[in-house]
Design a protein around this ligand. Structure first.
Ligand code: DGT
Ligand code: CA
Ligand code: CA
Ligand code: ZN
Length: 578
């Protein structure tokens, strides 16, 4: 169980207690437990079963918390959480997603006005019924109305890692508890799109009602939106919606193709089928001439009968993949196993949670041949960013660890801040000592488009910069990218032999797919990095690699697939796309 999911349960206990006017001291302590679990540098669930002392050593986590964690690990949830959930309507949790609306207010609205859903809240705010309540006025009422409308306009989407984790867990549950033959997650999460709107699961089986019944009774289901003979839609605990479709095994390939999408890809495919005298739908490919079904059991044959080479889901976005495929070509895409190292990570020297040695050992375990340690620079004071002197000291430590672990090469690096005027945060004589310089923007996000573009391009022109870190600064579902002429940035990077990062953290995925596609066409090289702040964050690599695949990148486009010697040439700016 991931820390984030565990933390979420504790956070919910705190929220529910607060909604119910619980003891402030207990509320505080659950909030704190949630925070500590979320920020822990190791997997808490695993530690509780293997080395509980390690968990006890965290200040603020006591015996009570640990026994709750044990309960959750055994039964999926703890008694306290379950009992609290029984005391309030499930939809109140949905209200917690309204920006700036806390559990106290939600409790108040519920008890005084019977508000249990976002719709109730919107109606009450419109009717001016909130302003009469304690500590509420016209202003705060208007704010709530705006927040609700804002939520609606940016139609809620979820991070890809949330989508994939939830669909993995739903599939595991169905496989274990229902008579499934084949099962797959389709839709945007199969295409590794950066965010998902909902989850789409396909099952083939002989007893559809049993599978549907099992699905709607999953412990995380808070609401059943629709339930029929062959499909069901539910709302899950975090508000994410999941659609299940159940079908005969003979149709599985067709349904997988259809529900994987994208819609745009399917439209082009359907037109092609029509031109060729076929009809294509979620049941198969039908030849119009004699009504015979010519494909449907396997996904690949759906493409083959239309004269196409089957292609991976990531590129099914109608960006030229069908044209390529009809020529018999499928792009040769980079794979997770091609990655030989990671060039952006933090240690305890700045805001990371693990040592140089721990990071190196974890990288070695992943099979990496090299890594670069790139802590923050001094402008980011709150991260403990390094000044010139501290950096040199840090370099000596890196060299020592490098010498002690001959199986992996540890490159000396920095994630140097790009200051507001485009200068770098550290002097050249310090940067010259390094193998890798990642340059990133971490402050003053609200410059005008021209100023921001100029600022970043100036940094790219610095001869010692190798990689532009998380180029647009976005945080998915949280913060928009800064205003930027991305084309100009890519052009300047190519001119100066600077690589662009795909930051693999699922909150970033920055560069995003379409920018990355543009970068590839303009001749840029890419580095896929996890920006790890502890050893466990290396696990995010697939999110970066699949983003690269969505942009048609091959391993030759990605510098951290190169052997070390070739990588060094790129870092020395002797080589750039040959
Ligand atoms: P999402 O959920 O917004 O992240 O995106 P998707 O791609 O998962 O879209 P979703 O869940 O609405 O539908 C799943 C797939 O089903 C979609 O990628 C393609 C297929 N599909 C849905 N509606 C249509 C449609 O009206 N026409 C066609 N050709 N395909 C559709
Ligand atoms: Ca979907
Ligand atoms: Ca769907
Ligand atoms: Zn950064």
């Amino acid at each position: 169980m991931e820390n984030r999911d565990l933390a979420q349960i504790f956070k919910e206990i705190a929220d529910l207690l607060e909604i119910l006017d619980g003891n402030p001291f207990r509320i505080r302590s659950f909030q704190r437990a949630a925070q500590l679990i979320d920020n822990a540098s190791f997997n808490i669930a695993q530690a509780v079963s293997e080395d509980v002392q390690k968990v006890k050593a965290i200040q603020g986590i006591g015996g009570g918390t640990i026994s709750k964690i044990e309960e959750i690990l055994q039964g999926g949830d703890c008694d306290e959480h379950r009992k609290l959930l029984e005391k309030v309507p499930g939809s109140l949790l949905e209200l917690l997603r309204v920006p700036n609306l806390g559990p106290k207010k939600i409790g108040l609205f519920w008890k005084e006005l019977g508000i249990t859903t976002v719709e109730d809240l919107e109606r009450a705010a419109r009717a001016g019924r909130l302003r009469g309540l304690p500590k509420m006025g016209e202003k705060s009422e208007a704010k709530i109305l705006k927040a609700v409308q804002g939520m609606r306009s940016t139609e809620k989407r979820y991070r890809l890692d949330d989508g994939r984790e939830v669909s993995q867990s739903l599939m595991g549950y169905l496989k274990e508890n229902a008579p499934v033959l084949r099962i797959a997650a389709a839709g945007s999460s199969r295409r590794w799109k950066e965010t998902v709107g909902d989850i789409d699961i396909l099952v083939s089986c002989r007893q559809p009602p049993e599978v549907i019944d099992c699905f709607v009774h999953h412990p995380d289901v808070v609401d059943v939106l629709a339930q029929g003979d062959t499909k069901a839609s539910v709302v899950l605990r975090r508000g994410l919606q999941a659609d299940l479709r159940v079908l005969e095994d003979d149709y599985f390939g067709a349904a997988l193709q259809y529900f994987t999408g994208s819609k745009e890809h399917n439209v082009v495919l359907r037109e092609r089928a029509k031109r060729m005298g076929y009809k294509i739908n979620e049941y198969g490919v039908i030849r119009l001439e004699d009504g015979k079904k010519v494909a449907g059991k396997e996904e690949d044959e759906m493409y083959r009968v239309l004269g196409l080479v089957p292609m991976p889901p990531e590129i099914r976005e109608n960006r030229g993949e069908i044209e390529e495929s009809e020529q018999g070509r499928v792009p040769d895409l980079v794979e997770v196993s091609d990655i030989r190292g990671d060039l952006h990570m933090h240690t305890t020297a700045s805001d990371g949670r693990d040592s140089i040695e721990a990071m190196a050992r974890a990288a070695l375990e992943k099979g990496y041949r090299y890594i670069a340690i790139t802590d923050h620079s001094k402008a980011l004071a709150m991260t403990g960013g390094l000044d010139e002197e501290q950096l040199l000291e840090h370099c000596r430590n890196i060299e020592q660890v490098n010498a002690a672990i001959p199986e992996i090469t540890i490159l000396k690096g920095i994630e140097v801040d790009i200051l507001a005027d485009g200068q770098l945060d550290l002097r050249d004589d310090a940067l010259e000592q390094l193998d890798v310089v990642v340059a990133s923007v971490h402050s003053r996000f609200n410059l005008s488009r021209d100023k921001m573009t100029g600022r970043i391009c100036r940094a790219l022109e610095h001869p010692l910069v190798n990689i532009l870190g998380h180029p647009t600064g976005r945080l998915l579902t949280q913060r928009d990218p800064y205003q930027l002429d991305i084309e100009e940035v890519i052009r300047t990077a190519v001119e100066n032999r600077v690589c662009l990062e795909i930051n693999a953290h699922p909150a970033r995925l920055d560069l995003k797919d379409v920018h990355c596609l543009m970068a590839r066409e303009m001749g840029a090289l890419i580095s896929i990095n996890c920006d790890s702040h502890d050893t466990r964050m290396f696990r995010y690599l697939p999110y970066g690699v699949h983003t690269a695949r969505r942009a048609w990148l091959s391993s030759d486009d990605v510098i951290n697939t190169y052997p070390l010697e070739r990588l060094r040439k790129v870092l020395a700016k002797q080589e750039y796309r040959n």
